[in-house]
Ligand binder design. Structure first.
Ligand code: SAH
Ligand code: SF4
Length: 340
């Protein structure tokens, strides 16, 4: 367990590592292809490398895996996968079916320390950050061990945890995901969702080109302070400024996620303020009716109220969709992951 893990290394790091061993740089790409494009978990299988090199590597580095403990399938086809980490902690990923492909929602931390009032993950507290390997292995393991995983097209970082609170590991995982000889997923197909760590949004924009989603949930600071304590540190003005400055290729939009909670953030005035707040930002709004769970304090609004809220945004020329709740019966819906 003390040996460094190859799957925690980016291409550049593997190149550096093997050049220290006197090996050619291009071997790093071969190794990465074995790991991420063949799903190889042992050096023995890397047949285009010499036996000596393989044995040498085997002595000084290791290749991690995640254990798939359980897969639950919802009535709507959504699958929730429970993984066991090497230290015995558990995390969850969710496979969401689409017309021809799947979207995979992955975790970035064991638990979360932000503590949003509506979120079950937050309620269970925080254990630790995930390593880059633990983030990408959710994709790799499913890709090579399940038929659904083979057909994953989109990755969303919306599972357990706040990715921007685990920035370095998340960034490294994104590099491994997007590298040609790695998981080879286009950054257009990757979305990072954050509760709004404004300075890290700036950094993310400099370091990568992935899609950005913001868990916004209300257009006023008072309500947001109550729902999401992070807002006291990075209030709406700071957050929205970071969003306006996030560099985006043409035709892309920031996604603002808005959980509709009965009696809290669903009034006509809320919708009007939201429209004013986001004016001029190339964005789309994802309205998520609050998912209730056993013991939850909030309620899902009535269908008519959800539709009325959406109509106001449409009137102001926003793209606003209502996200159908997925996997609620197996606690796989947004904010319901707990790793237990
Ligand atoms: N920490 C990041 C990424 C994962 S959070 C973030 O906050 O963006 C998971 C997503 O589920 C967030 O978009 C959050 O707004 C949503 N969510 C949490 N609890 C929910 C609930 N009870 N009902 C509906 N959506 C919820
Ligand atoms: Fe953490 Fe996101 Fe849940 Fe808030 S909504 S507690 S940031 S996982």
């Amino acid at each position: 367990m003390d040996k460094p893990n190859l799957k925690d290394m980016t291409l550049e790091e593997i190149e550096g590592f093997i050049s220290d061993l006197g090996k050619e740089k291009y071997r790093a790409k071969q190794i990465m292809k074995w790991l991420y494009q063949s799903g190889t978990t042992s050096f023995d299988e890397m047949t285009n490398l010499s036996k000596d090199f393989r044995d040498g590597m085997n002595n000084i580095v290791r290749i991690s895996t995640l254990e798939i403990v359980e897969t639950q399938t919802s009535k709507d086809g959504t699958k929730k996968v429970l993984f066991k980490l090497e230290d015995g902690n558990f995390i969850e990923s969710v496979l969401i079916p689409g017309a021809n492909h799947w979207t995979l929602c992955i975790s970035t931390q064991v638990g979360c320390m932000i503590g949003c009032r509506f979120c079950l993950t937050g309620m269970y507290g925080f254990k630790r950050n995930l390593l880059p390997s633990e983030i990408t292995d959710q994709i790799t393991m499913l890709r090579f061990n399940t038929p659904e995983g083979e057909n994953v097209k989109n990755i969303v970082m919306m599972g357990m945890g706040e990715p921007l609170e685990n920035y370095d590991n998340t960034l490294k995982a994104i590099r491994i995901m997007t590298t040609d000889c790695g998981l080879a997923i286009s950054n257009r197909r990757i979305t990072l969702s954050t509760c709004g760590i404004a300075p890290m949004i700036h950094r993310l924009g400099k370091d990568t080109c992935v899609n950005l989603a913001i868990s916004l949930n209300t257009p006023d600071d008072e309500t947001r302070n109550y729902l999401m304590p992070i807002n006291k540190k990075y209030p709406l003005e700071t957050l929205i400024k970071a969003c306006r400055e996030y560099p985006m290729p043409r035709r892309r939009r920031i996604t603002f996620e808005y959980i509709l909670i009965e009696g809290v953030n669903t009034s006509r005035e809320d919708a009007e303020r939201l429209a004013r707040l986001l004016r001029g930002i190339r964005c789309k709004l994802n309205l998520i009716p609050y998912n209730e769970y056993p013991g939850s304090v909030f309620r899902t609004p009535a269908e008519v109220d959800i539709e009325a809220f959406r109509k106001i945004l449409i009137k102001h020329n926003y793209i606003a969709t209502i996200r159908a709740s997925r996997g609620g019966d197996i606690l796989a819906a947004c904010g319901q992951l707990s790793g237990r």
